[in-house]
Each structure stands twice: as structure tokens, then as C-alpha cells.
Design a protein around this ligand. Sequence first.
Ligand code: SF4
Length: 391
Amino acid sequence: MLNPLQNALQAVGPESADPRTALVQAKIRGLLQGYDARWTGCTWRVNAVETTLMAGLWNPETEASSRTFQNAGKIDVDITDTPLGSDGPQRFVVDHKTCSESIDDAAADYWRSLVIEGQLSQYMLLGHQNGIRYDSGIWDVCRKPGISPRKITIVEMKEMKATRTWFCATLSDIQIESSFNTGRESLELYSMRVAHDCTKERPQYYFQRRQIPRTDGDLIEYAQDTWDLGQELIASRAVIREFKKRGIDRQPQRSAKACFMHNSPCEFLKVCTGEEMLEGSERWQKKEWMHPELPILKDGNGTDVLTNSRLGVFQVCRRKHHLKYELGYERPNEEEKEALFFGTMWHSALEAYFKAVQINQRGESIDSNITGAASSAAAITASEDQFQIPF
Ligand code: SF4
């Protein structure tokens, strides 16, 4: 049997030489122990991990299929479970999320925002289009630790020496000596404190799961929204082409209100203010494939593949969407923002975790090389000819 927790810890990798990466690794190692403890006894039957789905954009009003766009997304975990009070087994889309907001109160704003978030609708619609009837979606949320590595107090030092432990974890001679020399928590000790906090002290503060229902009406509304956005994108492309014929470089409109969303500046801010040029600049390069998160679908450049993230960008700023998804500009070697970086590593760790659960449940032979990145992702694609909605 594979140990899901050990598999997930292995996916986090050895401590990085880069301090920023090493700190995120330490947080995630601690959190994984809390996650494993919090959901001990979970009855989910894992059907698939990291499943990429694709299907044609569909207009529910006219039943027309798009000749231009495909809708695509990657489902974190596909499970079957029998919730208390239900008539029988149900199939769910599970999406892992990380956040900094409060999640332990069911009435928290964070949960309200997820009720209208389109991602689950997209996954469930893609499932339907590929012949998989999902009953509902589950948000599997982890709140990031607000605590940081800190000094060790004199009282704590004495206790450490007497008990040879730090927040219930046993310490080696080297760890104790190092703590006395520096007077601060190493990343290993910090990870132990995070694990203790999220396992023993505040598991509900850190980990929550909520089932978010989606009716057929919700999915049809989502399909209509994405169809309408696709039509707007086609119209925007036509305007750009028209101007180009006349020798004019017409760019889609900017949206100043979107420049500082999520409390950080947009990556194209200096381009929009005229401080940086895109063409001929070493600070910018063009991607060959617009959706690096969906490598399995790589075919052409991906400008006609719509994802939920891409549609979100199109809704908030047409210019940003044009630069990022139509022209494919990105900064080479740019450090991922902390929140994204943390989320990416957490997803990889949970991918390895659930892959191990799935293998154990299937009773498959153990592949010791299974890690998040190396696990196989199933790809189900539907061409527009095959496409039908089985509502
Ligand atoms: S691309 Fe849009 S969001 Fe980004 S800086 Fe320009 S106007 Fe603002």
C-alpha cells in the first residue's frame, strides 16, 4: 500500500536552496500532516486525478456548436461518494483551493464568492459534454498559515532541552543544538509548529470542504455566458483585423479598474503606461502554447481554446486578454507571485496524495516513482461532431 501522506511529502521535494521556495515547502509539509489528519476516514472513492476535459463551445439557445472555440479545463479529483442522507452513490468534481480568508464559518464571504464562481460549472458542463454525469461539486479549501518562523523563547528552550520535543514532535540532537545556537526556529521546526497548529489546535481554521450544488439550469446559464463571451471575442478579433487592413495597429480597450486586482499590479502595467515596449524587449517573450497548465491538449498555439481563467481575464480587461492569450506575451523567468506559487505547490502535493489513494483503492501495483508531476492525466476530448449535452 502507498502512504498518501508520504507520497505528497515526497512530491514537495527536498528543501530548496532558494529561501522563498524553502519557506513555502516548510508550510506545505506542515499543512499536509494536518490535511491528512483532518480528513482521516474520508469515504471518497477516487475515480481520476488531474483529468483534462475539452469540448466544443455550445449555444444552449440555438443548439449551435462553435466552429472556432473549444472549452477546456483540468479537474483536480473526480470522486464517488454517498453523502449522509443521499439515496445512493453520487459523482463529484473536487477542486482544491488555497486562500487567506476565513473559511471556518459557513456564512463567510469566501464561501459566498464560490457559490457564483464559474469554475465548477465549467467542469460539470465539460463532464456532461463528455458523457460524465457529475451530481455536484466540492470545494476542498486550505487556508494558508498566517504564522511565520520566529524566535524561540527562553522558557521554550528549557522545555525543549527537558522534553527533547518541539510542539509534540521529537527532536534530534542536531536540531536541539542548532536551535540553541540560533535562538530561532529552523524551517524544520517551523514546519512542526504548523503541523501542530493545523492538526491539534485549529484544524477547522485551516481545512474545510463544502459541497456546492449546480443545477442543470446553472450549467445552461454558464454555457450561454461562455457562448456570449466567445461571440464578443470573435467580434473583437474582427475589429482588429479590419484596422490592420488599413495599416492601423488597433488594440482592444484597457480597463483601469482591473490594473490592481488581487492587491497587486497587472503584469502589463508598465506596457499600458508606455514605460515598457513588448516588441524587441528582452523582458518579454511570446509563448508557443497559451495554456501551459494543459500541456496534454497542445495542438497549434491554443488561441482558440477557452479556459475559465482566460474567460475571467477577458471579462475584466480586453487589453490584458489580447496581450496574454491572443499574442501570448509573458515575462521569461518571472517569479510566480507568492499566492500562485503556494497554490501550485499545494496542488502538486495533493495530486500525489490522491494518486496514491486511487492506486490503493484499485489495488494496483505500487509504482515508487509516482509523484504529482509524474502521475498520468487522463484526457477526454470531444470534437464538435461528437458533441451532445446529455441533460
Ligand atoms: S492590461 Fe488592462 S489590467 Fe493590465 S495594466 Fe493594462 S489596462 Fe490595466
